[in-house]
Design a protein around this ligand. Structure first.
Ligand SMILES: Nc1ncnc2c1ncn2[C@@H]1O[C@H](COP(=O)(O)OP(=O)(O)OP(=O)(O)O)[C@@H](O)[C@H]1O
Ligand SMILES: [Mg+2]
Length: 367
């Protein structure tokens, strides 16, 4: 396995700059997950690493080799696509062994590697079938098997599970995690799924318009987003955010989510931004709870209660045409129409400057 290093790696289509220049090192054996809004350049970046897309400028190293000019087959990385891209007229076994056959590997070795990969992925009984005779999940395993038999330096996955139904996704996610623990292969994995990103990643890269917004361990991004963009992107349901102005007094920062109440945050925990400065305050739904009316940060009428089994969320109309999401205890009997008073812990409040940068100084610790 190998380290992958991107230095000022850029992609332009004519005059359109899709990726202005990314610096990133993916460690040997690391599982790196790329997330970001549609069109931010995730697939483009993956395809540049695979060699399927020309690099406009910058340097790409796999191991110690600069691979900018190497064709895909010589880069020794394997890519798995969302639509599996299997050859429909070839059996599962032939699909898996095709890459090795193209490289003139002896047929005994091909058989051995295909058999081994099929056992790992539990598709051994299907080796003689055609892809059309398999379920979506089985096809996905074949696509992964085809990548594994090549014993590449690195794996690249572009939303590999997004065509599967919810139950199969969970099952395949666990399989991915087990496979990674077993093989410790350097992996770059693109997904739209928050749970996949949080559970599979050693580190997550959040991309925004072709740039890296933040790189970090999943829980660090969750508890300490460096920017408002990251704060809003990570977490489901999303963090509640409020645009307001600071009220600085001696030793405290006053934050007024509703006219009637002021939250006092110890000033030294926040970078000074001046009285009356525009800021955005963020609070996650699970950091809010129902309280006595006199302690309320916010009061609002319940518009909707979502009971998911494990969690219950209430959406409160707090005026000014906005809804606030609160996680309630599972046993809560809240109903639409009820007026709830809510508050939280001041150290769970995230504060961002007008330019989106985090202003809190302290690390918010989980629990
Ligand atoms: N051949 C091309 N010519 C011009 N622009 C392109 C081309 N291919 C992609 N783009 C643009 O590059 C940007 C990044 O596309 P990319 O497919 O990498 O996004 P993505 O992050 O993978 O999105 P999604 O989450 O929807 O898959 C998009 O704005 C897209 O329109
Ligand atoms: Mg894509």
């Amino acid at each position: 396995m190998a380290q992958i290093r991107l230095e000022r790696l850029a992609k332009r289509y004519g005059s359109v700059e899709v990726i202005p220049g990314i610096d990133l090192t993916i460690g040997d054996g690391e599982f790196l997950v790329l997330v970001g809004p549609s069109g931010c350049g995730k697939s483009t970046l993956l395809r540049m690493i695979a060699g399927l897309e020309e690099i406009s400028s910058g340097t790409l190293r796999i191991g110690n080799t600069i691979v900018n000019e190497l064709p895909p087959a010589d880069r020794n990385v394997a890519m798995v696509f969302q639509d599996y891209a299997l050859y429909p007229h070839m059996t599962v076994g032939d699909n898996m062994g095709f890459g090795l056959k193209m490289r003139n590997a002896p047929s005994g070795e091909i058989n051995e590697r295909v058999t081994k990969a099929a056992e790992i992925l539990k598709i051994a009984p299907y080796l003689e079938r055609l892809p059309g005779q398999l379920s979506g999940g089985q096809r996905q395993r074949v696509a992964m098997g085809r990548a594994i038999v090549r014993e590449p330096e690195a794996f690249l996955f572009d939303e590999p599970l997004s065509n599967l139904d919810a139950a199969l996704r969970v099952e395949m996610r666990l399989e991915m995690a087990k496979l990674h623990r077993r093989m410790r292969a350097t992996t770059v994995y693109v997904t739209h799924d928050q749970v996949e990103a949080m559970t599979l990643a050693d580190r997550i890269v959040i991309m925004n318009a072709g740039r890296v917004e933040q790189v970090g361990r999943p829980l660090d991004l969750y508890h300490r987003p460096h920017t408002l963009f990251v704060a809003r992107f990570i977490g489901s349901p999303a963090m509640n955010t409020f645009n307001l102005r600071t009220e600085e007094r001696s030793g405290v920062l006053g934050v007024r989510l509703q006219e009637s109440s002021v939250i006092e945050i110890p000033a030294p925990t926040v970078q000074p931004c001046g009285d009356g400065a525009p800021i955005t305050v963020g609070i996650r739904p699970e950091d809010l709870s129902v309280c006595e009316p006199r302690d309320a940060w916010l009061t609002g009428e319940t518009v909707l209660v979502e009971r998911l089994g494990g969690q219950t969320y209430a959406y409160l109309d707090v005026g000014a045409e906005r809804l606030v999401t609160v996680e309630l205890p599972r046993t809560s009997e809240a109903m639409p129409g009820m007026v709830l008073s809510i508050a939280g812990r001041t150290d769970a409040i995230h504060i961002f400057a007008e330019n989106g940068n985090r202003l809190n100084r302290d690390a918010r610790l989980p629990g």
